[in-house]
Design a protein around this ligand. Structure first.
Ligand SMILES: Cc1cc2nc3c(=O)[nH]c(=O)nc-3n(C[C@H](O)[C@H](O)[C@H](O)COP(=O)(O)OP(=O)(O)OC[C@H]3O[C@@H](n4cnc5c(N)ncnc54)[C@H](O)[C@@H]3O)c2cc1C
Length: 473
């Protein structure tokens, strides 16, 4: 019985039993067809809004399986997607009818503490990385949710609590092993395939499958001072203006993000505040605890908080602190802008939107960037947006399909109202749908070079299930 897969050109490919058996014989990990028991569980990703169905999932056990899968896709001209941690908001891990190259069995992390290096397989989650690195009191800057995949996060840029102190994830990427569209395994670093190395540091999954990353590590923790300070929404205009003043003079070791949402049942917050809209200043100091109390004091001293949950926490534990708010299986729609300033007009728009939260899970996140990450040369690698001081992510999150319209509408409304205040760029990892255009796009002035490199390493555009970089002919 022939097995049908979608080709990259949109037509169908019928593959014989012998062809499929020969693929299975060359793989160590399982091949799962869309008719197999267990398929539904294996195609699940974080965002329940996305329901694309790959015809075949190749669960790779290692680099050899990835090479085999890519060659198979190239030989048969198949539509391909690559799954790391499955967190991409647009669901780019999934393709309809094609081959999904699934890295979720490739999560090994090896730390060379002496050299301060981490070798991380392409399907590892952030929690895997922190777990191994923190055993040595070391860390690589990543994101704020322990179940996000390092693959998509690192290839897009990767920012979180340590970005101001040590740069983004891409700034700490020293090398990678990449299976390119021709099925060859290439080493990419400053000295080997330097163009490819430049491109994968911010160009997303457009250039091949990364089977292993090598990151530079920094001493962090194991205990750091961090946590949330919660304010009443009525105080928000004053609190946010004071916040803006306080972060302007923060040292690189510290960061403070703003989350505006209905209060979760935080243990240090009196029960009468749970479920009410609040402004949360979430602060982290990456350096020694002795310095941290003094550095964070101006932020903790703002106004009259409803509760202060700042204290010493293990770094690895803190990296999972937001996990309960970001569990998989909900319906999600995000829109994001980059800002160089947190203006009064921006504050007013956000606070107005918070009056009409469509569900208890919707929220506005304002990441505080700059610091070491902000001082890097925008042309040094594909990741371009170094002037960004704040990135707003409007998180629409809900459970029922009949809330799709109201929640998406709420997100889009705030996104559109704040667009004139933004820098006109967007972080590649926060783009929820294909085809959107902005004045400075996702790659800024780096786009022409990215297109040239894409034309060299993936001229037929095998790795297209991403924010697209069109190959230059
Ligand atoms: C709950 C949540 C929290 C987040 N927090 C942060 C944050 O704090 N900071 C931040 O910067 N971002 C954050 N993000 C965004 C995140 O960086 C992106 O969603 C990213 O795409 C996730 O990568 P993934 O491997 O989990 O996703 P996937 O959906 O598996 O992959 C995303 C894309 O990357 C490609 N890809 C993944 N792995 C590889 C690989 N090894 N080789 C080649 N291509 C690969 C895939 O083809 C796909 O196109 C968050 C997302 C979620 C859902």
């Amino acid at each position: 019985m022939p097995f049908t897969l979608r080709a990259a050109d949109g037509s169908d490919r019928s593959l014989t039993d012998d062809t499929m058996a020969s693929l299975a014989a060359r793989m160590r990990g399982p091949l799962i067809r869309d008719t197999d028991p267990g398929y539904e569980a294996e195609r699940q990703i974080w965002n329940a809004m996305i329901s694309r169905r790959p015809a075949l999932i190749a669960q790779c056990s290692g680099t050899a399986d990835v090479t085999t899968s890519v060659r198979f896709a190239a030989d048969h001209g198949l539509l391909v997607s690559v799954r790391g941690g499955g967190h991409n908001i647009a669901g780019s891990a999934l393709c309809d009818g094609g081959l999904m190259i699934d890295l979720s069995r490739m999560r090994a992390v090896h730390v060379d503490a002496g050299q301060r290096l981490a070798h991380v397989q392409g399907g590892a989650l952030l929690g895997d990385v922190d777990h191994e690195c923190q055993a040595h009191g070391l860390a690589v800057p990543t994101g704020i949710n322990s179940t996000t995949g390092i693959g998509g996060l690192a290839l897009g840029g990767g920012y979180g609590w340590l970005s101001r102190a040590f740069g983004h994830t891409v700034d700490n990427l020293l090398g990678a092993e990449v299976v390119t569209a021709d099925g060859l395994l290439r080493r990419a670093s400053a000295t080997e395939n330097p163009d490819l190395f430049w491109a994968i540091r911010g160009g997303g999954g457009n250039f091949g499958v990364v089977t292993e990353f090598t990151f530079r590590l920094h001493p962090v923790g194991p205990m750091i001072l961090c946590g949330p300070v919660v304010h009443a929404l009525e105080d928000a205009p004053t609190v946010l203006r004071a916040y803006r003043e306080a972060v302007a003079t923060l040292p690189d070791a510290a960061t403070c993000w703003v989350v505006i949402r209905k209060a979760p049942p935080l243990p240090f917050l009196a029960p009468e505040h749970h479920g009410r809209p609040v402004v949360i200043l979430v602060m982290v100091h990456a350096g020694p605890i002795e310095d941290a109390t003094r550095v964070l004091a101006p932020l903790r001293g703002i106004g009259r908080p409803l509760g202060d949950g700042v204290g010493p926490n293990s770094y690895a534990g803190w990296q999972a602190a937001f996990d309960p708010l970001l569990t998989p299986g909900a319906r999600n729609y995000w829109k994001s802008h980059d800002f160089s300033t947190f203006s009064d007009a921006l504050i007013d728009h956000i606070l107005s939107a918070i009056q009409n939260l469509p569900t208890d899970e919707c929220e506005v996140f304002m990441a505080h960037l700059g610091g070491v990450a902000g001082r890097a040369d925008p042309g040094a690698m594909a990741y371009a947006h170094r002037a960004t001081q704040f990135t707003m992510n409007v998180h629409g999150r809900w459970q029922q399909p009949d809330q799709d319209q109201s929640c998406r509408g709420w997100v889009r409304s705030l996104y559109e109202k704040t667009a004139p205040l933004s820098e006109g760029s967007v972080y590649i990892n926060f783009v929820p749908e294909a085809g959107e255009t902005r004045s400075k796009g996702t790659f800024g002035a780096n786009e022409p070079r990215l297109r040239r490199i894409k034309g060299q390493v993936d001229p037929a555009n095998m790795f297209r299930a991403n924010v697209q970089i069109q190959p230059e002919a």
